[in-house]
Design a protein around this ligand. Structure first.
Ligand code: AVJ
Length: 320
């Protein structure tokens, strides 16, 4: 069998349908909101890569620091023969993990973007010809089944702090789904950004160069291209605020004037009052006890908690 296979459980045309649903629901309610997954077209993914290199955006560097320091411990604790990575993207950080896992046989990168999976999977095979790569084009929130060839013990990695993009109810669903996917003895490696001072958080989501502003406004370009909408990104300001009650960062787009955007593909006109905002992302920040409790509620027992030297970001290792 080929060491590289690609399975798609996400229908090719599901993207526009899901986008329409999210727009129909999110832009017709008050206050307006859109799910953050729509940032990541080719341009948005590029902008996010740029964000990870910004001086203000610490999570990527902090998580890499932990992964490098703890890769051997993760390998010892899990003895993983299969590594499943959700939202694998370019698989850059995973390389540290893969190098440290001597018993690893199968790597299963899962992403909604086929264009990210193909080159990343092939590049990994060049470095690790002993691996079998089963790439999966799937939405991990909806019916992800692991490939038959995924020998235990399995390690499922969800890195980057992307768990923070889910609302609390979605998080519960996610942990339950993950737990159901794992067999006893399998493990979850989870990256979570941590609660810290407001100034550091706001700077990370409102950088001086305006890369995050461009990333945020890119969702309007996605709506224009995919649905024929007529948003002018220049009509909106990028807003990043710390919600202290919910302990999450919010990104919003604020209309600079009263305007109506037309979405002909949906026979829809969206009115914005001057100053009206649409929430485009929540990025939750965590504390140790909350992570532990949420994992436990899904039947996942926390075994390790590691942070970077500055205590900004954490990796949790939990077993089923
Ligand atoms: C990729 C979801 C972890 O929430 O920090 C970066 C996305 N948003 N800057 C995050 C993001 C604004 C990022 N995640």
């Amino acid at each position: 069998m080929s060491p590289f296979t690609m399975t798609r459980t996400l229908p090719v045309d599901s993207t526009t349908a899901a986008l329409r649903d999210d727009v129909a629901d999110g832009l017709t309610r008050t206050p307006k909101r859109l799910p953050p997954k729509w940032f990541y077209d080719a341009r948005g993914s590029e902008l996010f890569e740029e964000i990870t290199r910004l001086p203000e955006y610490y999570p990527t560097r902090a998580e890499r620091e932990i992964l490098i320091a703890r890769a051997a411990e993760i390998a010892d604790t899990t003895g993983a023969r299969t590594l499943v990575e959700l939202g694998s993207g370019s698989s850059e950080k995973t390389r540290h993990l893969i190098r440290a896992l001597p018993g690893l046989r199968v790597y299963v990168p899962v992403d909604v973007s086929e264009s990210a999976l193909e080159p990343a999977g092939r590049a990994l095979l060049t470095e690790h010809p002993e691996l079998t790569v089963h790439a999966m084009v799937a939405d991990f929130m909806h019916g992800l089944t692991l490939p038959e060839d995924s020998p235990g013990p399995r390690l499922l990695a969800f890195l980057g702090g992307t768990i923070g993009n889910l609302l609390p109810s979605e998080r519960r669903e996610f942990f339950t789904a993950v737990s159901a996917m794992l067999a006893p003895g399998d493990a979850l490696l989870l990256g979570t950004d941590l609660v810290k001072d407001e100034a550091t958080l706001v700077a990370a989501y409102d950088d001086a160069q305006g890369v995050t502003a461009a990333f945020n406004k890119n969702v309007l370009a996605v709506l224009n291209r995919e649905l024929g909408a007529d948003f002018n990104p220049a009509d909106f300001d990028h807003v990043a605020v710390w919600n202290a009650e919910e302990e999450w960062m919010e990104m919003r787009l604020r209309a600079r004037k009263e305007l109506t955007a037309k979405i002909p593909a949906m026979d829809l006109a969206i009115h914005f009052a001057a100053g009206e905002e649409v929430r485009t992302e929540v990025s939750a920040k965590f504390r140790k006890e909350k992570v532990r409790a949420e994992l436990a509620a899904a039947g996942l027992e926390s075994r390790r908690w590691w942070t970077d030297a500055e205590g900004r970001f954490a990796l949790s290792l939990a077993v089923r």
